[in-house]
Design a protein around this ligand. Structure first.
Ligand code: NAD
Length: 348
């Protein structure tokens, strides 16, 4: 095989991931799958070659001319689609979050790991050049021991108003945006083992019909089905005494410059993600260094390359579904901690 033949499922975030596969010289999109045919037709205009259309993912999975599938459906369908892909002996990439519950996440990881197929999370933020740059510094020991971090995903009024998948059970702000910063910061910290989490979470805007995308007002038939979280925050304690404060708000009365932020604190140096800045003390004086990264491939290009290389060359896949499951475990524990009003320990 010299080119991976990919099918994209879900014409939302599937487009951004699909473009990355189109840019990669060692992959091509050969099929699209969505329940909405007009969305497939629209995206197909960007694809230089002929593609097949499928409205039923089970039918698509039987197609012998597809080697790998990107799953970009609403959260609640990630695992059912990914399981079907794996059972039909195809490599799979799943958008974040891995699943809409921890039980589902564990099930797909077990099947994926037994299959021997390449299984990967699409994590545009972890694979972004800025996060990768900080990751290289950590590997080189630049920060000394990282002992504390903050991660925020904050919006003023941006609850998605176009798909019930976001607002029904299994959706929510944490699984939608908190997951990005949680994954990226956990990876930057060296993927330490979590010990406990204490959090609060709930919904203050969505169930009142407020806080929706850019202050738009959806119909009551949409917002009355809100069964998810629109805010959550908490503290995760890791092995070796590392602490992480993490927050996720779909709607809130506050303003962040941009939507996400990560701060890392180490014994020798610290860092802030946006704008990318390093903090050190040199000759008893603070030194703050602004990093101006040259333009390069974006996060989804890096994700696609990692996946394609793993399939064609057998190289390591750097974000297996197992990582998605571990992040899901922390996320679900934070939400559960909010529900129960107590700390959750991972050895419970
Ligand atoms: N940066 C990122 O990595 C990123 C950004 C946005 C969304 N996402 C993730 O992508 C997923 C979808 O979000 P979105 O914003 O693209 O939503 P979306 O509603 O724009 O797209 C989802 C698509 O899935 C299709 N779909 C629904 N049921 C299907 C089925 N049974 N078979 C095939 N297709 C089906 C819908 O018709 C729709 O076109 C979510 O899990 C979200 O968390 C990731």
């Amino acid at each position: 095989m010299d080119k991976v033949r990919v099918c994209i499922v879900g014409m939302g975030i599937g487009r951004a991931n699909g473009r990355a596969f189109m840019k990669n010289p060692r992959s091509e999109i050969v099929a699209l799958c969505d329940v909405l045919e007009d969305r497939m037709q629209d995206f197909a205009k960007e694809i230089p070659n002929e593609v097949k259309f499928y409205t039923d993912y089970k039918e698509m999975c039987k197609d012998p001319d597809i080697d790998a599938v990107f799953v970009g459906t609403p959260n609640q369908l990630h695992v059912p689609v990914a399981l079907e892909v794996l059972r039909n002996d195809k490599h799979v990439m799943v958008t974040k979050p891995l699943a809409s519950s921890l039980t589902q996440a564990a099930e797909v990881v077990e099947v994926a790991e037994k299959s021997g197929l390449v299984n990967m999370m699409s994590l545009g933020m972890r694979f972004s050049n800025q996060v990768q740059y900080l990751g290289k510094l950590r590997q080189q020991g630049y920060f000394g021991d990282l002992y504390y971090a903050r991660a925020q995903a904050i919006r003023r009024s941006r609850i998605p108003d176009w798909s019930l998948g976001f607002v029904r059970e299994g959706g929510g702000a944490f699984r939608d945006m908190g997951v990005h910063v949680l994954d990226a910061v956990w990876w930057l910290l060296g993927m330490p083992k979590p010990i406990s989490v204490s959090g609060v979470a709930g919904a203050k805007f969505g169930p009142r019909g407020k806080g929706y995308w850019d202050f738009r007002q959806p119909d009551e038939s949409y917002w009355s089905q809100f069964k998810a979280d629109d805010y959550g925050g908490g503290f995760i304690r890791f092995e070796n005494g590392i602490g992480l404060q993490v927050e996720s708000f779909w709607a809130s009365h506050q303003q962040l410059d941009g939507e996400t932020q990560i701060d890392l604190l180490g014994t020798d140096a610290g860092a802030r993600l946006r704008p990318l800045t390093l903090y050190q003390t040199v000759n008893n004086a603070p030194q703050n260094v602004a990093i101006d990264l040259p333009d390069g491939p974006d996060g989804f290009d890096n994700v696609a390359a990692d996946f394609v290389n793993a399939i064609l060359d057998g190289t390591e896949c750097h974000a297996p579904l197992r990582h998605g499951m571990m992040v899901q475990q922390m996320m679900e524990a934070l939400l559960e901690s909010g529900k129960q009003g107590r700390e959750i320990r991972f050895d419970d």
